[in-house]
Design a protein around this ligand. Structure first.
Ligand code: GLC
Length: 663
C-alpha cells in the first residue's frame, strides 16, 4: 500500500473509511469481478483517491450532507467497473502501459456530424474506409446524444444522456461503432455537455414542476436582484439570438440561468448531486467504448459574482475530481476540455499548479487557430510569434488539439497587450479581421459571414469554411487560376502548421476536399438564425469520389492532405512530447518554430504567410542546430534543401519541415 503513505492524514482517514465501505460491495460482485479485477480496482482507488478527495472536499466539505454525498460515490464506481466489458478493461491496461498513446505523431483526427457525414451511426461504420484512407485514427463525432426536439444548438441541448439521438441510431449502434473503431486502432471522441442540459431534460421537467430537489440542479432566482448583479460583469455568448444570461419562466415564477440559449439550462455544480449525476454519465459513456470525452463549455461550470463567471478556480477542482474518479473505473478514457478562452486562462485546463497531471489531457489550442487566420489576413507573423512565445509549454502528459476550423465561429481572442507589444491596436485588428474575412475589406480573398455582432462592444466573430475563408470560393467565382493556386496553398499552409506545431491535429470535415460554404442554411427554419451552419455542410460523396483524380480540385487537395499526414506520421520529431519553441525569423512574413525531441533531434518548421517569395538567412538554421545536409520532410521524397548565398528561399505560401540528414 504505497500510495497511502503519501496521503495527507485527513485524506488517509477518509480513504480508509471509503475503502472499508467498498470492500463488501466489491466482494459481492465476485461473479463479475475476479480477484485480479478487484485488486486492480483497489490499487487504482488508492492511487487516485487523493486526487479526487481533496478537490471534492474543498468544494463540498462545508455542507452538512458531505459524508452522505461522499459515500454515494463508491457504489457508483463499483457498479460501472463491474459493467465494464472485458475488451475495455484490456484497453485500460494497454493505455496505462502506454499513457502517452495520444501524444504519438501518428495521431491524426477528424470531426464529423453523424447525420451530415453519413446519415446514421451505421453509415459512419460504412464510411470508415474513407477515414482510414485519409489517415485518421481519432474520430470526433459531434453531439449524438438525444437532443430536445426543434432547435437544439447543433445537438448541444441534450434531454437524455443515456440515449442516442434516435435519428442517428441506437446505443447498440454506438457500441458496435466503438468496437469496430477499436479493432482498427481508431478512437472515438464524443461530446458530453457538462455545463447545461436541455430544458426538456427530466431534471428540468421536475424542476419546472416545482420539485425542490430538482430546482437545486439548476440556478434559479425568484426576482431580478441577483441576475442583475451578475449581469454587470457577464458577457453574452449569443448577443444576437439569445441576449442576456437569464430567462424568465412565468409558469415557475422564476429566472433560470441560461448562458447559451434559452433552452439550455446551466447546471448548479455547488450541488454535489449534480457532480454525481454527471459522473454517472461519464462512466456510462466510457463503458460504451468512448475513449475521449469532450467536455463542452467547461469554463462556465462555476459562477462567481463580480466576475465573468468563466475559468473560476472551482472549475479546475471539479475537473480534477471527475478526472480521478474516471481514472479509477476507466483509465483508458481521457478528457478533452472545450475551453475557448484567452491564452493566459487556457493552459490551466491541462492542469497547472496543484492540478498538474490531474486535469484534462487535451485542450483546444484556440490561440494558435486564431493567430493563423490573423497572420493569413495581415501577411505578417509578428503577433502570432509574440503571442505564442508567451504561451507556456504544455504540462507533461498533456497536449493540444490543433485545428484550423471547427463547427463553431472564430472568436478573435487576441489579447490587447500582445497586440500592443507588436505595435498593433487589438481592437482595430479585430475589426480588421472581421472586415477581411467577411470579404468587405478591399482586396480580401475571403468569403465569410460575421457571427453575433454586438453593436455595444462592436465585437463580432466569423463563420465560414476553411476553403472559403482562404480564398477558394472567390477564386472559383472569379475563374482566376492564379488565385486558385494561392487558395490551395493557403489551405495547405494552415494545415501544415497544425500538423507540426504540437498536439493532435484535427481536420474539419470537407477541408480535405476544399468544401465551400453551404448557404442552404438560410432556407432552413431551424438554422437560418445561426450562420455557423454556413460551415456545417453535408458530405458531398460525389465530390469525394473524385479524390483519386488529380486533375480535380478535390483530388489535388485530398492527395496533398494525405501526403502531409503520411509525412507527419513518419516524423518522430512531431511527437507531442517534443518541445516547441516559436522563433523570431529575420523576416516578418515567415513563421518559424523549432521542435526538439531528445531522442530524434530537431525539426525547424518554416511557413511563408505571404503571396510573395520570401527569403531568410541561413543563420536561423545554423543557430538552431541545423547545418550540412538539410532536407524537407514535409515532402514524401524528402528533397534536399539548397542554401544560396547564405539564404533560403520560400515560395509564396510555402512551408518546410527541415531536418538535418545524417552525414
Ligand atoms: C460549445 C459548442 C458550441 C455550443 C456551446 C453551448 O462551445 O462548441 O457549439 O453552442 O458549447 O453548448
Amino acid at each position: 500500500m504505497q500510495n497511502m503513505a503519501y496521503m495527507r492524514p485527513a485524506t488517509r482517514t477518509a480513504f480508509c473509511h471509503f475503502r472499508e465501505g467498498l470492500e463488501p460491495l466489491l466482494q459481492a460482485q465476485s461473479q463479475t469481478l475476479n480477484t485480479r479485477d478487484q485488486d486492480l480496482f483497489l490499487i487504482r482507488l488508492e492511487r487516485y483517491f487523493a486526487d479526487f478527495y481533496e478537490p471534492f472536499a474543498r468544494l463540498y466539505q462545508a455542507r452538512p450532507d458531505f459524508e452522505t454525498q461522499l459515500a454515494k460515490l463508491g457504489p457508483l464506481l463499483i457498479e460501472h467497473y463491474a459493467n465494464r466489458a472485458e475488451s475495455l478493461k484490456k484497453l485500460d491496461l494497454e493505455r496505462q502501459l502506454t499513457p502517452e498513446w495520444f501524444q504519438h505523431e501518428t495521431m491524426v483526427g477528424g470531426i464529423y456530424y453523424v447525420d451530415l457525414f453519413a446519415g446514421t451511426l451505421r453509415g459512419v461504420r460504412q464510411h470508415l474506409p474513407y477515414l482510414q484512407e485519409l489517415g485518421l485514427n481519432y474520430i470526433h463525432l459531434m453531439p449524438l446524444l438525444k437532443p430536445r426536439p426543434g432547435l437544439n444548438d447543433g445537438g448541444y441541448a441534450v434531454m437524455d444522456y443515456c440515449q442516442t439521438n434516435p435519428e442517428l441510431g441506437t446505443m447498440a449502434d454506438l457500441e458496435a461503432l466503438t468496437a469496430e473503431l477499436r479493432a482498427n486502432n481508431m478512437s472515438l471522441c464524443i461530446d458530453l455537455v457538462v455545463n447545461h442540459t436541455a430544458k426538456e431534460h427530466e431534471w428540468a421537467n421536475r424542476a419546472r414542476a416545482g420539485e425542490q430537489e430538482y430546482l437545486d440542479y439548476y440556478l434559479t432566482f425568484d426576482d431580478r436582484t441577483l441576475p442583475d448583479a451578475y449581469e454587470k460583469t457577464l458577457p453574452e455568448v449569443f448577443p444576437e439570438f439569445a441576449p442576456g444570461n437569464f430567462t424568465y419562466y412565468p409558469e415557475m415564477g422564476k429566472w433560470v440561468w441560461t448562458t447559451f440559449n434559452e433552452f439550455q439550462w446551466d447546471l448548479n455544480y455547488t450541488n454535489p448531486t449534480v457532480f454525481r449525476e454527471m459522473l454517472t454519465y461519464m462512466l456510462f459513456l466510457a463503458n460504451k467504448g468512448v475513449e475521449i470525452l469532450r467536455l463542452d463549455a467547461v469554463p462556465f461550470m462555476w459562477k462567481r459574482l463580480g466576475t465573468n463567471c468563466q475559468n473560476q478556480p472551482e472549475v479546475h477542482e471539479l475537473l480534477q475530481a471527475f478526472r480521478a474518479l474516471v481514472r479509477i473505473v476507466a483509465p483508458g478514457v481521457i478528457f478533452k476540455a472545450e475551453a475557448i478562452v484567452a491564452p493566459q486562462d487556457l493552459i490551466s485546463y491541462l492542469g497547472t499548479g496543484q492540478h498538474t497531471g490531474k486535469e484534462c489531457e487535451l485542450a483546444y489550442n484556440n490561440s494558435l487557430m486564431v493567430l493563423l487566420w490573423s497572420s493569413l489576413a495581415s501577411r505578417k507573423v509578428n503577433l502570432m510569434t509574440h503571442t505564442l512565445r508567451q504561451m507556456p509549454a504544455t504540462p507533461i502528459g498533456t497536449t493540444w488539439i490543433t485545428y484550423v476550423r471547427l463547427h463553431d465561429d472564430i472568436g478573435w481572442a487576441i489579447d490587447d497587450e500582445n497586440a500592443a507589444a507588436v505595435g498593433e491596436n487589438g481592437f482595430l485588428h479585430r475589426q480588421f479581421l472581421n472586415q477581411y474575412y467577411s470579404g468587405e475589406f478591399p482586396g480580401s480573398f475571403s468569403r465569410g459571414e460575421i457571427f453575433q455582432f454586438n453593436p455595444t462592444t462592436r465585437d463580432g466573430r466569423m463563420s465560414g469554411m476553411t476553403a472559403s475563408l482562404a480564398g477558394l470560393e472567390k477564386a472559383l467565382a472569379d475563374k482566376d487560376p492564379t488565385e486558385l493556386e494561392m487558395a490551395i496553398r493557403r489551405i495547405l499552409l494552415l494545415y501544415s502548421v497544425i500538423f507540426s506545431y504540437g498536439g493532435i491535429p484535427l481536420i474539419y470535415m470537407g477541408d480535405e476536399l476544399g468544401l465551400l460554404n453551404d448557404y442552404s442554411y438560410r432556407q432552413n427554419l431551424h438554422k437560418a438564425d445561426d450562420n455557423r451552419w454556413l460551415h456545417r455542410p453535408a458530405m458531398p460523396w460525389v465530390l469525394a469520389a473524385q479524390r483519386h483524380n488529380l486533375d480535380t480540385l478535390a483530388g489535388r487537395l485530398f492527395s496533398k492532405m494525405q501526403q502531409l499526414i503520411k509525412a507527419r506520421c513518419r516524423t518522430s520529431q512531431l511527437h507531442s512530447a517534443a518541445s516547441v519553441a516559436t522563433l523570431w525569423a529575420d523576416n516578418p512574413h515567415i513563421f518559424a518554430y523549432l521542435r526538439y525531441h531528445p531522442a530524434y533531434g530537431r525539426l525547424l518548421a518554416l511557413a511563408n504567410f505571404s503571396e510573395q517569395p520570401q527569403i531568410i538567412s541561413n543563420s536561423l538554421l545554423v543557430e538552431n542546430g541545423l547545418s550540412g545536409h538539410i532536407c524537407d520532410v514535409s515532402q514524401l521524397d524528402c528533397p534536399p534543401v539548397a542554401v544560396y548565398n547564405g539564404q533560403l528561399l520560400l515560395e509564396p505560401y510555402q512551408f518546410r519541415w527541415l531536418i538535418q540528414k545524417e552525414a
